[in-house]
Design a protein around this ligand. Structure first.
Ligand code: SAM
Length: 340
C-alpha cells in the first residue's frame, strides 16, 4: 500500500510542547519507541538530543523517516521493529545505556485515516488493524475466535459492558456471512447495541470500544507496553528520562502503576504489581499529577483529548531488580487456534 505525502503530514504530535518544556535536560542518545511521522524525534533533536534512534513496527513509516534523515543524517536512525526488542536494537548500535526513552503509544493519524489499514469504523475497509502488516488480522479474530474469547477481548480490552451481547451478535452474523470489513462489523455492533438499549459511556459510538479491543488484541499492545517499560528500565542510565504518552485508561493504568511502584521503597496496593516484588526504587516520578493537553491543544487537535503524559527520572538503584518480574495487566488467552 502506498501512503501519500498528504497522509504523512497529517499526524500532529500530541503533548509535544509539554514534553519538551517539562524535561529538565535533553542531551545524549534518545530512543523514540513510537516513531510514527517522526514528530517526537524531530522535536528531541531540535531540543538538544545528540542522536535519536526511532523504532516503529509499521513498515510505512520509513517514507517519513527518509525525509527527516535527509535533514538530520546519522543523528537520526530508524529501525522497523517492536519496541519490546529495545535492548537488541541498542546492541546493534553498540549502545548499552541511553539518556532517554519516549513512548507515544497507540495508532498514528496515518494508520487511522488510511481505510485500507482497517483501524477505523468511520471508513469502510478490510478488517485488518495490523500495525506491522504481519500476523493475524482483526478479521481472523472476529471470524474464528469463540464467543467467549470474543466477549473477553471486548470486555477486558474495550472495557465495554455490552461485550457479551456484541460477541453473541458477531457469532450469529458470521454463521450467515464472514465479517471481512470494518463497515460490516460496525453495522452488526450498532444494530445490536441499539436494539438492546444499552447506554454507552460518554455517548461513544457503539463500535468504539470493540474496535479498540480488537486493535489491542491484534497488536498485543498491553504485552508490548509491559515489555517496553521493563526494557526501558534496564537501558536507562542514572539521571536519564522515561516519558510515556497514553490514550486510554488501560494503557495509562499500566504506565501509572509501573512508575508508581518503581518510585517508592515499597509499592502500594496495586493489583498490577504485588507489594512483595518491589524493594528498592529505580525511578523518581517527576510530577505527581498526570500531564494533560490544554484546551487550546484539544481544540486544535481533537485526537489529543484523551492523551496523558507521565514522566520519570531513573535513579541509582541498589538492588535486586532481578526480583521484579512482571507487571500484571489483562491478558486474554486464545484457546481456539489463534495465539497472541
Ligand atoms: C501515536 S503514533 C506516534 C506518533 C509520533 N510520536 C509522531 O510524533 O509522529 C504511534 C506509533 O507507534 C507505533 N507502535 C505502536 N506500538 C508499537 C510497538 N509495540 N513497537 C513499535 N512501534 C509501535 C505505531 O505503528 C505508530 O506508528
Amino acid at each position: 500500500m502506498i501512503i501519500n505525502q498528504v497522509d504523512i503530514q497529517s499526524h500532529q504530535p500530541v503533548l509535544i510542547k509539554s514534553l519538551i518544556e517539562k524535561l529538565p535536560l535533553i542531551t545524549g542518545v534518545w530512543v523514540d519507541c513510537t516513531f510514527g511521522a517522526g514528530g517526537y524525534s524531530k522535536a528531541l533533536l531540535q531540543a538538544g538530543a545528540r542522536q535519536v534512534i526511532g523504532i516503529d513496527r509499521d513498515p510505512n513509516v520509513s517514507l517519513q523517516a527518509n525525509a527527516l534523515k535527509a535533514r538530520y543524517g546519522s543523528k537520526l536512525e530508524l529501525c522497523e521493529a517492536k519496541f519490546s526488542s529495545l535492548e537488541s536494537i541498542l546492541t546493534q548500535f553498540g549502545l548499552k545505556k541511553i539518556s532517554g526513552v519516549v513512548f507515544d503509544i497507540g495508532v498514528s493519524s496515518m494508520q487511522i485515516d488510511e481505510s485500507d489499514r482497517g483501524f477505523s469504523f468511520q471508513q469502510d475497509g478490510p478488517l485488518d488493524m495490523r500495525m506491522s502488516q504481519k500476523g493475524f488480522t482483526a478479521s481472523d479474530i472476529v471470524n474464528n475466535a469463540s464467543e467467549e474469547e470474543l466477549a473477553n477481548i471486548i470486555y477486558y480490552y474495550g472495557e465495554d459492558r455490552s461485550a457479551r451481547i456484541i460477541a453473541r451478535a458477531i457469532v450469529r452474523e458470521r454463521t450467515k456471512q464472514k465479517i471481512l470489513t470494518t463497515e460490516h462489523l460496525s453495522r452488526v455492533i450498532n444494530s445490536t447495541v441499539r436494539r438492546s438499549n444499552f447506554k454507552s459511556k460518554n455517548n461513544l459510538n457503539p463500535s468504539t470500544l470493540t474496535f479498540q479491543a480488537l486493535r489491542i488484541a491484534v497488536n498485543d499492545e498491553l504485552m508490548e507496553l509491559n515489555l517496553g517499560l521493563l526494557a526501558a528500565e534496564r537501558v536507562l542510565d542514572e539521571g536519564s528520562m522515561l516519558a510515556v504518552v497514553s490514550f486510554h485508561s488501560l494503557e495509562d493504568r499500566l504506565v501509572k502503576q509501573f512508575i508508581k511502584s518503581r518510585s517508592r521503597q515499597n509499592s502500594g496496593q496495586s493489583r498490577y504489581l504485588p507489594d512483595a516484588e518491589v524493594s528498592s526504587p529505580s525511578f523518581r516520578e517527576l510530577f505527581k499529577k498526570v500531564i494533560k493537553p490544554s484546551i487550546e491543544e484539544i481544540s486544535a487537535n481533537p485526537r489529543a483529548r484523551s492523551a496523558k503524559l507521565r514522566l520519570a527520572v531513573k535513579i541509582p538503584s541498589k538492588n535486586n531488580q532481578k526480583k521484579i518480574s512482571k507487571i500484571e495487566f489483562p491478558q486474554v488467552q486464545f484457546a481456539t487456534g489463534l495465539q497472541l
